[in-house]
Write a protein that binds this ligand. Sequence first.
Ligand code: ADP
Ligand code: ZN
Ligand code: ZN
Length: 723
Amino acid sequence: MKIIDVYVEYASYSVDKSFAYLCDDESVSVGKRVSINFNNRDIIGFVVNVIDSEECYEQICLDYGYKLKYVTSVIDKSPLINSDLMKLAYHLQKITLAPLISVFQTMLPAKLKPASTNHKIKTEKFVRIKNACDKLSDKQQIAYDALVNEKEMKLTKWRLLYKSISKTLEDKCFVEQFDKQVVYINENNFISDNEKILNSHQISAMDTIENSDNNIVLLQGVTGCGKTEIYLQYASKMIKQKKQVLILVPEIALTPLMISRFNNRFKQDCAIYHSGLNNQEKYEQYLRVFNNEVNVVIGTRSAIFMPFENLGLIVMDEEHDSSYKQETNLHYHTRDVAIFRSKMANCKLILGSATPSVDSYARALKGVYQLVSITQRVNNSFADIICVNTKNEMKNLQPYLITNELKQKIGECLSRNEQIILLLNRRGYSPYLKCSNCNETKMCPHCDLALNYHKVDNTLKCHCCGYITSYESTCDHCNSKVFVNFGVGTQKLQEEVTRLFNGVKILRMDGDTVKIKGAHQKILNSFSNHEADILIGTQMIAKGLDFENVTLVGIVNADNGINGADFNVNESIFQLITQAAGRSGRGSKNGRVVVQVFDDNNYVVKSACNQDYVSFFNHEMKYRHQSNNPPYSYLISIVFSDKNKDVVENEIRNFKSGFTYNKYKVLGPAEMIKLIDKYRYRLILKGKDLDVMRNDLALVLQKYKENKGKCNVVIDVNPTHLQ
Ligand code: ADP
Ligand code: ZN
Ligand code: ZN
């Protein structure tokens, strides 16, 4: 007889412990799922411990002090979580203070998650030829032949191209509809990309990486200095040694170049793992790694949980990117997990970036990571950066959305038939509306946030909860119907560019235009084929894009939000400007960047315009030191939320009184803005010793659980932002 310890599938603090069950099935082992009866419900549990017992049922129950149940069945043939991942799970539980089961849930693809519901696989409607045709009209024949040619076509495309004829052909049973699984297709043309002979900077970087005693390397190098080539060549060495390689990227759709270069060099050895895959596909990729069938995985943050057994290299490209921090469910940072995995596998971890996070760079300077810097671009050319102060333009009543300087540069670019990227980090038409009668801002009824005006569909939207209402609504205070809009979003910018440059073709890429699957790729392909002259977008266009023909990048309102309340807002602005500027002049032609700001005297703007990371870092560290913010201290954010305001207020105050805090500060509780009808309050622990704070918090949390607190409690250790 085996006694097993099982975690049940509820991701709640109240059941964050294991429960003992009995099992007759010899095959049961750690890391497998079992069906169990828990509180009279049939649910799934995760086995975390197995002990053999020689004792009889009665004796075991006597030892435990209650009647143990038998598991209903053992679900998996082999453990889903290998021993490395099991260690990682406990480590994550410890550092995030989250329930262990939510760690498992985050680690596993949905199909394998310890939940009893089966997720549906997404499908799309397609059409294909059903029967050979006889006697068709000319137009029908054209449509029919087109489908013969393409074999299958999306229903939407078929309808769009052949309108009523498409229906007629279906009615006549020549063509039929069918459902097809939505599959992520990497539509990139494969670029030919041969292994390069490393230049002297790359050779010395590679030398340091290989010979350093430190397995964690921060590779800081300007965009285009050849970092990716280093990843590729190191990966190739590891594969020759029969080891596995993991390449982490912030977002697959936005890093097509990276994917195609790896795909191209490693072909079928390469698996791609990201949120665009459906559950079935994710499951298949997980199994491929599980069964040791692939050597290289390129993926977004969840790929760090793949069941590798033989890792030789982890690369985390654009290591500063905010998408590496998960902000829902389990609040983990991919970098922390990557560090842990590289230690377990005793392999190198390369953190690569042109603009490393202040935290990582500070660690590298202290010798916690090996620092490797490359300052030369491979083609030795940098874009010219021009900083334009819009304050002056505003004083002289000149336009400031697109200043004369930027307008002139756009004109020049267009006349040379080159392309332009315009960045404005705000979607929608305008971020808020005011009643022209009483001057009140139109707010979301569920959140303490202004509604954004979207002119394209004439709606007002909440960018937090998704609430939508018509623009033709009335003021909540005086019932007036007239609103004035303030501020700018990408839609307004598009309108302005269209007005200034008659007939110019524009693509827009922001949260609104990329909602549909594959939309990213479509926009990027279209821009790459020069079907548009200008690409307007939010921060998503600042990432790893590489268009040979783009010679001008304009950044509008580049310093919007600077010196804001969040301790790292300036870091994000610096990164955004620098990354966006790096999109210009990547080919053989000279590149220009126009950065429009309200204050050109700020260190963030100055160092970004000079492409001077070190100067930015030194300034920023001074301010972080003065305010005792990370990396000079550690923070833990604790947010309580509930629909009942009194409950939140009372519970969080009680919670605060549980701390002993002589070694750290407990700040708050501070009221936060209401989101999705929930009142929220926050406590912040701030101190130099993270372990002390974490241990204390674990105890206070334990008490809160025992007292059956009502609020939803979200803990974020090392939060990346606090707003
Ligand atoms: P990063 O990743 O730092 O942006 P890449 O590795 O993408 O830089 O290199 C920038 C460009 O230079 C790419 O087109 C790449 O193919 C090319 N390149 C990189 N290393 C070399 C080299 N040693 N010789 C010639 N071209 C190179
Ligand atoms: Zn009003
Ligand atoms: Zn809302």
